[in-house]
Ligand binder design. Structure first.
Ligand SMILES: [Zn+2]
Ligand SMILES: [Zn+2]
Ligand SMILES: [Zn+2]
Ligand SMILES: [Zn+2]
Length: 306
């Protein structure tokens, strides 16, 4: 992460990235931080402040330092977390540390303006040093986690990277269009714990949606749950609606919902019961036959709310 943010800061061609990915900016309509900050004066300020920024990196843990910033009597700085760990001895010169704050550095930090560390992903925001971290934690350009459930996948990236990763590494089915008709077949539906994790990606309205189908135990009862997640931010997700329908044997269940952003983990969606929940007995009844095999046909549609 740190090398990336440094490359971004010193990249004199930062404006080129605007032209490479205009769609990203348009999708997340409210990127209004770019204009006031793209003045040439601000850019000059940035390159000269990058060395100060390096001074604000804790030499011990390499994290950015925030007040209280400490120093030893010889002037070696360190962050408050590291100070707690080093048993009152300066890690650089071994001198006793004491409790000396480095107020000058804290004040210089307060006057610094730096670009968001997700600049390379398209964020054009410039932030005061002490406000940057808070912004970065909710920045719309921060990478998404892999939405594939059932494995603790460490991959993160923008939506295009995630889609490529889902297709290539998780062998996820990709479909174009806003209607779907899916069959879920399972020979032994009595294995519920982590038994069924299925994900399909739909491409429609120029966006991508993940259809999840999961099996788990809800309030002591085994259930199946189908729900849709939007590969983008929550405010964009809310512009869409979807419906799911499952039935058989003269019975039918319908669900209409709003897709959740993939920022919301699938466990959160599950805990909120925000999807089509089918109790196993009902699912087996829908499957017909001898109640031994699960054979569900789920149809659905995604549309845009005007
Ligand atoms: Zn530190
Ligand atoms: Zn020292
Ligand atoms: Zn940002
Ligand atoms: Zn993954």
């Amino acid at each position: 992460m740190f090398p990336v943010s440094r490359i971004c800061m010193e990249d004199p061609k930062a404006e080129d990235s605007d032209e490479e990915e205009p769609s990203t900016l348009n999708e997340f309509g409210n990127v209004h931080l770019d204009k006031p900050f793209s003045a040439p004066g601000v850019k000059r300020g940035l390159s000269s402040s990058s060395s100060v920024h390096e001074l604000l990196e804790c030499p011990i843990c390499t994290n950015s330092m925030y007040p209280p910033i400490y120093q030893c009597p010889n002037g070696h700085t360190l962050c408050s977390n590291c100070k707690l760990r080093v048993h009152n001895q300066c890690p650089t010169c071994r001198h006793d540390l004491g409790n000396i704050r480095c107020l000058a550095l804290e004040k210089v930090a307060g006057s610094l303006e730096l670009p968001c560390k997700h600049q390379a992903m398209g964020c054009l925001g410039i932030f005061l040093y002490y406000e940057k971290l808070k912004h970065e934690q909710s920045c719309k350009f921060r990478p998404y986690n892999c939405p594939y459930a059932g494995s603790e996948c460490p991959i993160t990236g923008d939506t295009q990277m995630i889609i490529t990763h889902l297709r290539n590494d998780h062998k996820v089915d990709m479909h174009d269009g806003c209607t779907f008709n899916h069959r879920y077949v399972k020979a032994n539906p009595h294995e519920v714990e982590n038994a069924t994790w299925m994900l399909t990606v739909f491409n429609c309205f120029g966006q991508h949606f993940c259809l999840h189908f999961e099996a788990f135990v809800l309030e002591m009862a085994p259930v199946y749950m189908a729900f849709l997640r939007f590969m983008g931010e929550d405010d964009e997700a809310k512009k869409f609606c979807y419906s799911l329908e499952v039935g058989g044997n003269g019975r039918k269940l319908l669900w209409q919902g709003v897709p959740r952003s993939i920022r919301d983990g699938h466990k959160k969606v599950r805990n909120n019961h925000d999807g089509l929940i089918i109790h196993r007995n009902m699912a087996l009844s829908f499957s017909g036959g001898n109640h031994q095999e699960l054979k569900l046909r789920i149809t659905g549609r995604i549309w845009k709310e005007e």
